[in-house]
Design a protein around this ligand. Structure first.
Ligand code: ADP
Ligand code: MG
Length: 651
C-alpha cells in the first residue's frame, strides 16, 4: 500500500509532508524548497501550466494569465461572492448559481481544476523525493469551509490523481503538529493563523483524544500581503522622494515597465519583512530600477512594526469574537498556538501574548514544554515550538500516518468509527461501545434469555449505527452454553474490549457457572472512511423507520410477556374468576392480539403506540387478577412456614 501524504493546500503557499519512521517532515522540491507558492501560470491554451515559484516570478509580467489565491473561490458560486471580490488581475467569472470559473485562453477553468495543478506539482515533487508513487493524501481546509468547499477540495485531489483519505481542519492539524493531542486532560487551545491573505482564530477543545472546533472567526482579506503592501507603499514614497520613478500601484493602466518595477519593489518589501523577523535592520537594495536610477535604504524593525501595527491590530477583534462565540475568556485557554508564515514576526508574538495574557513568552524555539505545568499557571501558554508555516502540513502528515495504522502510541486519537454491539431479541442491535469512543476501552452488559429452557445463547457481534441487527455489519458470531433454565433466569455477561491496536475481543460468561469464551474479532477501528460515512448517513436517513422498528419490537416483547403471564394466571385461577371479569380480560387480550396481527410481514413493524395502549389496558384489567394471585401465593407461603393459623377469622 502506498504512503499517504499530508497536504496543506494554502491560499498563498502549499506544502506536502510525510511521516518517516515516526518523524513528520515537510518534503522539498527539486530546488530544495519546502514552500510551493499556490500560483499557476497558463502560458497558452494547450501548454503545460507552470506552478509554484516559477509561476510566481512571471506573475507581474502576465497578470491576466497567472492565477493566485484560487482557494478563495473553491466550492463557491457566482452568487456567493460579492463583485469586488472577483476583481483579480486574472478574469474571474461568477455565473449566478454556477461555480466561479477563471477564463483563460478561451477556456473556463474551475477552481478545483486550478488547485489540481498545484496538487499535481506537490504529488510529483513528493514522488521524486520519496522515490515511489503517491496516490493517497490527507488535505487540510480552513475550519470554516462548508461542504461545497470541502467537496471541491476532494475533487481537486481526485483530478490530481490523489485519493483524498480525509479532509482535516487546519487548526486541528496544527494542534496535532504541536503534539497537543498528548495533553492528558481536557484542554482548550486557540489557534492564531495569520497567512498571506487570510486570518483565522479558531478555538479547539481537546476532550478524550478528539479535537472539536468550538468557534472560528477571521477575515479572508487580511494577512501578510497587507503588510507587504504597506511596506511597498512606504518604499515607493521613498523612491519618489529620492527622485526615482513616481509610481502609484493603484493606478489602473500601468505600463509593462512600471509593472516590472512594481514587482521588484514588492518582492524587496516582502524579503525585507521576512529578514526583519530575525534581524533588527535590513538593507533594501534595488539597483537600476530605471536605467538611470538605483535605490537603496536601510529598513529597521521598528519602522516595519510601525507600518504593520494597524494591520495586526485588526486581528484582535476576531480573537475576541471567536472567544465570545465559544463563551470563553482568554483565561479559560490552556494554550495559544501560532500558525502561518506571518506569525514568525516578533511583533505578532508580542501582541498575541499580550492580548491573551500569556504567561510564558519565548522567541526561542523548542523550549516550551507542553502539558506538565500549563494548568498551574494563570494564563494560557504561548506555543511557538513548530515552524508556524509548516505546522498545518505536518499535522496533515501525522493524521495520514494515523490512518495508515502508524503512531500507535498516539492512542488518544483513535476512536471507534462505528458502534459495536450484539444482536438481541427481535433482531435489534444492542450497542455496547458507542461510536466515537476513545480506545483502548472495555465495556460490558448482562443479558438474559427470552425463551424458556434455552441451553445456549448466540452472541452475534455487530458494528454499525442501525437499529435492526441485519442492517449492521456482522463481525462474527459464537455460542455460549449454560444450564437450561426458565427464560429470564440465566445471566450472561458480555464484555467488549478493544485493545491498543484496535482489535476487538469479545468475552461471554455464564455468571452462574463461570463458564466463559473469548473470541477475537478483526480490527474494530480500521474501517474505510467512506463506508463509515455511508453507514452514518443511512442511519440518519432511515432514523424514522429504524426507531419505529425498535419501538415496535420492544412493545411486542412487553405485549407477549403480558399475554403469557395473563394466560398462565388465568389458567391457574380459572375456577375463582367471575365470568364477567373473565370476559373483560379475554377482550383485553384479544385487543392486544389484534394489534399484533396487523404487523407488516415484510418490514416486521406495526403501530407501536396502539400496541402500547392495548398492553397498558390489559395490564390495568388484570390488576385485580394479579393482586389476587399474589395474595394466594403469599398466603400459601406463610401457611407453609406456619406463620398463619389454618383458619383466619374472629375467634
Ligand atoms: P497561507 O496559509 O495563506 O498559504 P503562509 O502560512 O505560507 O500562507 O504565510 C505566508 C505569509 O507569511 C506571507 O505573507 C509571507 O510573507 C509571510 N512570511 C513567511 N515567512 C515569514 C517570516 N519569516 N517573517 C514574517 N513573515 C513571513
Ligand atoms: Mg495556511
Amino acid at each position: 500500500m502506498s504512503k499517504i501524504v499530508g497536504i496543506d493546500l494554502g491560499t498563498t503557499n502549499s506544502l506536502v509532508a510525510v511521516v518517516d519512521s515516526g518523524i513528520p517532515y515537510v518534503l522539498a522540491d527539486a530546488d530544495g524548497q519546502r514552500l510551493t507558492p499556490s500560483v499557476v501560470y497558463f502560458p497558452s491554451a494547450t501548454g503545460q501550466p507552470m506552478v509554484g515559484r516559477t509561476a510566481n516570478r512571471v506573475r507581474a509580467l502576465h497578470p491576466t494569465e497567472t492565477v493566485y489565491s484560487i482557494k478563495r473561490f473553491m466550492g463557491r458560486r457566482g452568487v456567493d461572492i460579492p463583485t469586488e471580490e472577483t476583481r483579480m488581475p486574472y478574469p474571474v467569472v461568477g455565473n449566478g448559481n454556477g461555480p466561479v470559473t477563471v477564463a483563460l485562453h478561451g477556456r473556463q477553468w474551475t477552481p478545483e481544476e486550478i488547485s489540481a495543478e498545484i496538487l499535481k506539482k506537490l504529488k510529483a515533487d513528493a514522488e521524486k523525493s520519496l522515490g515511489e508513487t503517491i496516490s493517497r493524501a490527507v488535505i487540510t481546509v480552513p475550519a470554516y469551509f462548508n461542504d461545497a468547499q470541502r467537496n471541491a477540495t476532494i475533487r481537486a485531489g481526485e483530478l490530481a490523481g490523489l485519493k483524498v483519505e480525509r479532509i482535516v481542519n487546519e487548526p486541528t492539524a496544527a494542534a496535532l503538529a504541536y503534539g497537543l493531542d498528548r495533553l492528558q486532560e481536557q484542554s482548550r487551545i486557540a489557534v492564531y493563523d495569520l497567512g498571506g491573505g487570510t486570518f483565522d482564530l479558531s478555538i479547539l477543545e481537546l476532550s478524550q483524544g478528539t479535537f472539536q472546533v468550538l468557534s472560528t472567526n477571521g477575515n479572508t482579506r487580511l494577512g501578510g500581503d497587507d503588510i507587504d503592501r504597506c511596506v511597498t507603499d512606504f518604499l515607493l514614497r521613498e523612491i519618489g522622494r529620492a527622485d526615482g520613478p513616481q509610481l502609484d500601484p493603484d493606478q489602473p493602466a500601468l505600463s509593462v515597465g512600471d509593472l516590472s518595477i512594481l514587482a521588484r519593489v514588492r518582492e524587496a518589501a516582502e524579503t525585507a519583512k521576512i529578514q526583519l523577523s530575525t534581524e533588527s535592520a535590513a538593507d533594501v537594495s534595488l539597483p537600476f530600477l530605471t536605467p538611470g536610477f538605483s535605490f537603496s535604504l536601510r529598513l529597521t524593525r521598528s519602522v516595519l512594526e510601525e507600518l504593520a501595527l494597524p494591520i495586526l491590530e485588526r486581528t484582535r477583534a476576531h480573537c475576541l469574537r471567536s472567544l465570545s462565540d465559544a463563551r470563553l475568556s482568554a483565561g479559560d485557554l490552556h494554550q495559544v498556538i501560532l500558525v502561518g508564515g506571518q506569525t514568525r514576526m516578533p511583533l505578532v508574538r508580542r501582541l498575541v501574548s499580550q492580548w491573551f495574557g500569556c504567561v510564558e513568552f519565548t522567541e526561542q524555539r523548542g523550549d516550551v514544554r507542553l502539558g506538565e505545568e500549563y494548568h498551574q499557571t494563570p494564563g494560557p501558554q504561548l506555543n511557538t515550538g513548530v515552524h508556524p508555516d509548516e505546522a498545518v502540513a505536518l499535522g496533515a502528515a501525522i493524521q495520514a500516518e494515523i490512518l495508515a495504522g502508524g503512531f500507535r502510541h498516539l492512542l488518544l486519537l483513535d476512536v471507534t468509527p462505528l458502534s459495536l454491539g450484539i444482536e438481541t431479541f427481535g433482531g435489534l442491535m444492542y450497542p455496547i461501545i458507542p461510536r466515537n469512543t476513545t480506545i483502548p476501552v472495555k465495556a460490558g452488559e448482562l443479558f438474559t434469555t427470552a425463551v424458556d429452557h434455552q441451553k445456549s445463547m448466540l452472541i452475534h457481534v455487530l458494528q454499525g449505527e442501525r437499529e435492526r441487527a441485519r442492517d449492521n455489519w456482522s463481525l462474527g458470531r459464537f455460542e455460549i452454553e449454560f444450564e437450561s433454565a426458565p427464560k429470564g433466569v440465566p445471566r450472561v455477561g458480555v464484555q467488549f474490549e478493544i485493545d491498543a491496536n484496535g482489535v476487538l475481543h469479545v468475552l461471554a460468561r455464564d455468571v452462574k457457572t463461570g463458564h466463559q469464551k473469548i473470541v477475537t474479532m478483526k480490527s474494530a477501528v480500521d474501517v474505510a472512511d467512506s463506508e463509515v460515512q455511508r453507514m452514518v448517513e443511512e442511519s440518519v436517513e432511515q432514523a424514522f423507520d429504524d426507531l419505529r422498528f425498535r419501538q415496535w419490537t420492544e412493545a411486542k416483547r412487553t405485549a407477549s410477556d403480558t399475554l403469557t403471564a395473563t394466560r398462565k394466571t388465568m389458567a391457574e385461577y380459572d375456577s375463582e374468576l367471575d365470568p364477567e371479569y373473565r370476559t373483560q380480560i379475554i377482550e383485553a387480550m384479544d385487543a392486544v392480539e389484534k394489534v399484533l396481527e396487523l404487523e407488516n410481514r415484510s418490514t416486521k413493524t406495526g403501530d407501536p403506540a396502539a400496541l402500547k395502549a392495548a398492553t397498558a389496558r390489559l395490564d390495568e384489567v388484570t390488576q385485580a387478577l394479579a393482586s389476587h394471585a399474589m395474595d394466594q401465593v403469599m398466603e400459601a407461603m406463610l401457611r407453609k412456614k406456619g406463620v398463619l393459623p389454618a383458619s383466619v377469622g374472629p375467634a
